[in-house]
Design a protein around this ligand. Structure first.
Ligand code: IPE
Ligand code: IPE
Ligand code: MG
Length: 247
């Protein structure tokens, strides 16, 4: 994989505005948006990405009208039914993270079945964040650590190990569609060193081509992780010839 981007996370935003621009109800935008998801899963797989994490419904989205929330639930259910065969055929390892207790029982059953069926697959790690919040995940991680290790001081590794899907690791590239430039409580721990990309394209218009373009362009950025640019290292005076004194 030449682009070096292993984990892509996407905030799939802009469905409502996409529909309103077309004088349709917001739910229409969600319906169209849900059809884009399978293309993007396929595209990420084709690009050789190892993990794709999609923000489908936030803990804050519960404040939306119940009719919209219900529609999003039904779309998740439909997606699971429609995509199951393809996910199995492509050896995609599928997980839902978030607080799914309020989902209808048949959807919960469908999720559990698909997670069990795909858990040992070595293909793309696909994660749906549903009724998910980054703060909620961190609180969950800390509580689960404390319960297992009463009285012990928590480390960064402990937090990482107790996340809802630890094996997907840090995010390399965070994309938000829909033009807003904020994180909206998504993967707060995992995006510490992510490259950020905000595109004005609303989610129903997002394509495999745009994803590929973003991955290619972001892979040219230099990620320094707090270090120095690779080229600068060579030009720096060596410590013994450096004459600057820090007071
Ligand atoms: C993203 O689209 C999907 C969800 C948050 C569930 P929105 O519904 O937020 O669409 P806009 O941002 O209002 O256009
Ligand atoms: C973020 O979008 C959540 C999802 C895309 C699922 P929102 O539309 O809910 O975020 P805000 O309200 O603009 O921050
Ligand atoms: Mg939005």
């Amino acid at each position: 994989m030449s682009h070096g981007i292993k984990h892509v996370a996407i905030i799939m935003d802009g469905n409502g505005r996409w529909a309103n621009q077309r004088l349709r109800p917001r739910v229409w935008g969600h319906v169209r948006g849900s059809t884009v998801v399978s293309d993007i899963v396929q595209a990420a797989d084709d690009l050789g990405v190892e993990a794709l994490t999609l923000y489908a419904f936030s803990t804050e989205n519960w404040s939306r009208p119940s009719q919209e929330v219900g529609a999003l639930f039904r779309l998740l259910h439909k997606f699971l039914l429609k995509e199951r065969k393809r996910l199995l055929a492509n050896k995609v390892s599928f997980r839902v993270i978030g607080n799914t207790t309020r989902l209808p029982q048949d959807t919960k059953d469908l999720i559990a079945k698909l997670e069990t069926e795909t858990k040992d697959f070595a293909g793309l790690k696909l994660t749906f964040c549903f009724s998910y919040g980054g703060r909620m995940e961190l609180v969950h991680a800390m509580n689960s650590f404390i319960t297992a290790n009463p009285g012990k001081e928590i480390t960064e590794e402990d937090v990482q190990d107790h996340l809802m899907r630890p094996e997907t690791g840090d995010v390399d590239l965070l994309i938000r569609t829909g033009g807003e430039q904020r994180v909206s409580n998504f993967l707060l721990w995992q995006i510490a060193y992510a490259e950020l990309c905000f595109t004005p394209t609303k989610w129903p218009d997002f394509t495999a081509r745009e994803l590929k373009r973003i991955v290619e362009s972001v892979s040219k950025r230099e990620r320094r992780f707090g270090g120095l640019p690779a080229a600068a290292d060579k030009n720096l005076p060596r410590p013994e010839v450096q004459s600057i004194h820090v007071q």
